[in-house]
Design a protein around this ligand. Structure first.
Ligand SMILES: [Zn+2]
Length: 349
């Protein structure tokens, strides 16, 4: 693909800053500002096209969230301040931010699917991957990437893959697509850890076995461990699934400096993961991938991770990478990867 034919669309907006956190809360507006500043410093404006935010429509939300849950949110949240669970706050600007997050990721997904854009990057808050069909949790109200995957399906995608490298398992995304063989959910995360789900034997419901893929890496895992999981689990699973579109739930809380988690991923690790997703998208999905911000609570780590992603999204050609030998992963990580491979082998045709 030549540089000229590639069009990266990005979403950045003040509406996501106006989701105001209580004092001391890690999911704070400075996160989006840190990502914005790092991306601008890396030349985002010259490498992509700004796409305006739009609110998610009711029918888009209703594809993945329960009507009673949406009714509860629309009664409790707009213009108000409060809590939906012990972690999940809302402020007067939260509802507009949540609708814009889900709507804008969906907009990028459908424009990439139609070919108007080649790829997309959404710097949104609040994050989404912990939000279940009928429950807010873990700083998340609306499952942005799930709404976008459903929007892409409604727009004609036969298969959509969601790769989630946030350090926490995306229990919400997994739950929403548990019984849906048309949406593959793949997560690599710290395990055991919040929210408790994401064991290797969680592989999807009876009609969708093998379309949920979980690699639960032990605390202390680093670049080689993550990249081995990509090379030996994520990429082979994605190649056989052949998605029409790849969505990435990109948290940067596996960064070594993150205050909430205990992984050791560096800037080079995020570069390696992003390069693999770009290469995979080019190989099986016509280059169609959209990256949405999830977690990440160290401001420098957010900058390093998001510029790594921009490097892969904005590259003129498919990035090359060296496959990591499984034997080069640390022993506990290798055992975790092998546990996932064993679980998936049981459903292989
Ligand atoms: Zn997270």
């Amino acid at each position: 693909m030549s540089g000229r034919s590639r069009m990266l669309g990005y979403v950045l907006d003040e509406v996501f800053i106006n989701h105001r956190a209580p004092a001391g809360h890690p999911e704070r507006p400075a996160r989006a500002e840190a990502v914005r500043d790092a991306l601008y410093a890396a030349g985002l404006k010259d490498r992509g096209t700004h796409i305006a935010i739009r609110p998610a429509r009711d029918e888009e939300l209703a594809r993945v969230h329960a009507p009673a849950y949406l009714d509860d949110l629309t009664r409790a949240v707009p213009g108000q301040t409060g809590w939906l669970d012990p972690d999940t706050y809302f402020s007067p600007g939260t509802w507009d931010a949540a609708l814009a997050a889900a709507g804008s990721v969906s907009e990028l997904a459908t424009r990439v699917l139609s070919g108007e854009l080649s790829s997309g990057l959404a710097v949104v808050r609040p994050p989404g991957h912990h939000a279940e069909a009928d429950k807010a949790m873990g700083f998340c109200l609306i499952n942005n990437v799930a709404v976008a995957a459903a929007a892409a399906r409604a727009a004609g995608a036969a298969r959509v893959a969601i790769l989630d490298w946030d350090v926490h398992h995306g229990n919400g995304t997994q739950q929403i697509f548990w019984d849906d063989p048309s949406v593959m959910y793949l997560s690599v995360h710290q395990f055991p850890f919040y929210p408790g789900t994401g064991a290797p034997d969680e592989i999807g419901g009876a009609v969708a076995r093998g379309s949920t893929v979980n690699v639960g890496l032990p605390a202390g895992s680093g670049d080689r461990d993550y990249l081995a999981a990509f090379d030996h689990v994520m990429l082979p699973a994605l190649r056989s699934f052949r998605p029409d579109l790849v969505l990435v739930s990109a948290g940067f809380d596996a960064h070594h400096a993150d205050p909430l988690a205990a992984m050791r991923v560096t800037r080079m690790g995020f570069i390696g993961m992003a390069a693999r997703m770009r290469a995979l998208a080019d190989e099986v999905a016509g280059g169609r991938w959209v990256v949405a911000l999830e977690g990440g609570y160290d401001l420098a780590g957010l900058g390093e991770g998001s510029t790594a992603v921009l490097g892969a999204l904005g590259a003129d050609t498919t990035p090359a990478f060296d496959v990591v030998d499984l034997a080069d992963a640390a022993a506990p990580a290798r055992e975790a990867i092998e546990a996932t491979l064993r679980a998936l082998r049981e459903v292989a045709p």
